[in-house]
Design a protein around this ligand. Structure first.
Ligand SMILES: *Cc1c(COP(=O)(O)O)cnc(C)c1O
Length: 215
C-alpha cells in the first residue's frame, strides 16, 4: 500500500475513535530517506518526527525553508550538547527530561529568539534503557521548567513498557496529564495508537504503519 493510503486510513480510524479532542498525527520518518517521505509532504501533511538531530538536519533543513508551516518534532533522546542545533531545527521537543537539558534549551532558544513547545517525558515503567523522569520527579521538574526557565511545557510524553499493558499505562499518564492541567498528551505509536486516542492523546507518533517496516 502507498504511504498516502496508509496515512489516510489511519487518519480516518483516529477520527472515528476520538471523542474528546483533535489528535495530530506525527509521521515518524526516522531512518527513511527524504525521497521516501516526500509524497506525504506533497500531500500536505505538516507534522513529522525524527529521533536524531544530525539525521533530521540532513533531511529537513532545506525542506523546511521551502515548505510552509512544516513542524518538526524531536522524539528521541536529546543530549544537551545538541540543544543548539535542536533549537534551530525543531518546533517541538518530546523528550525533555533533565534540568541540564532544560537549561541548555532555554539558553539556546533565547539566543535564537525561538520558542519551542515542550513535552516532559515520563518513564512509566522505570526502564533503564528509556529516557524520561520518574513520576515522583514531575512536579518539581515542571515548576523548574515553567517558573524558572519560562519554557512552554505543553504536556507529557511516554513510551510505555512493552508488556501488553498499554491501556493501564495510558490510563495512568492520562490521569497525570489532567492532574497537571496540561493541554497536550503525546502517546501512541503504530501498534497502539487507537488505544492512545481513547485515553486522550493529542499527538500520536506513527512511523512504520505509515512508511513501512524500518530496516
Ligand atoms: C520510532 C518511534 C516512534 C514510532 O514507532 P512506530 O512503531 O514505527 O510507529 C514513536 N515514538 C518514538 C519515541 C520513537 O522512537
Amino acid at each position: 500500500m502507498s504511504i498516502i493510503t496508509n496515512f489516510e486510513k489511519i487518519k480516518q480510524e483516529i477520527k472515528n475513535n476520538s471523542f474528546q479532542n483533535e489528535t495530530e498525527i506525527i509521521a515518524v520518518s526516522k531512518t527513511f530517506s527524504i525521497e521516501h517521505i516526500m509524497p506525504l509532504v506533497e500531500h500536505g501533511h505538516k507534522h513529522f518526527g525524527e529521533n536524531k538531530v544530525q539525521e533530521a538536519e540532513k533531511k529537513w533543513k532545506e525542506l523546511k525553508k521551502s515548505t510552509n508551516d512544516l513542524s518538526l518534532h524531536m522524539i528521541g533522546r536529546l543530549q544537551s550538547n545538541k540543544a543548539k542545533k535542536a533549537v534551530e531545527l525543531f518546533d517541538f521537543i518530546h523528550s525533555l527530561d533533565s534540568e541540564k537539558l532544560a537549561d541548555e534549551l532555554s539558553k539556546r532558544q533565547k539566543e535564537k529568539d525561538r520558542n519551542l513547545g515542550y513535552f516532559i517525558q515520563i518513564n512509566l515503567g522505570s526502564e533503564e534503557q528509556k529516557g524520561g523522569l520518574e513520576i515522583s520527579e514531575l512536579k518539581n521538574f515542571n515548576e523548574y521548567c515553567v517558573n524558572k526557565l519560562n519554557l512552554s511545557v505543553l504536556g507529557l510524553m511516554a513510551i510505555p513498557p512493552n508488556d501488553k499493558n498499554a491501556e493501564k499505562h495510558f490510563k495512568r499518564i492520562s490521569e497525570l496529564n489532567k492532574e497537571f492541567n496540561f493541554r497536550y498528551l503525546s502517546i501512541g505509536m503504530s501498534n497502539d495508537y487507537l488505544q492512545a486516542v481513547k485515553y486522550g492523546a493529542s499527538h500520536v507518533r506513527i512511523g512504520s504503519a505509515i512508511f513501512g517496516t524500518r530496516s
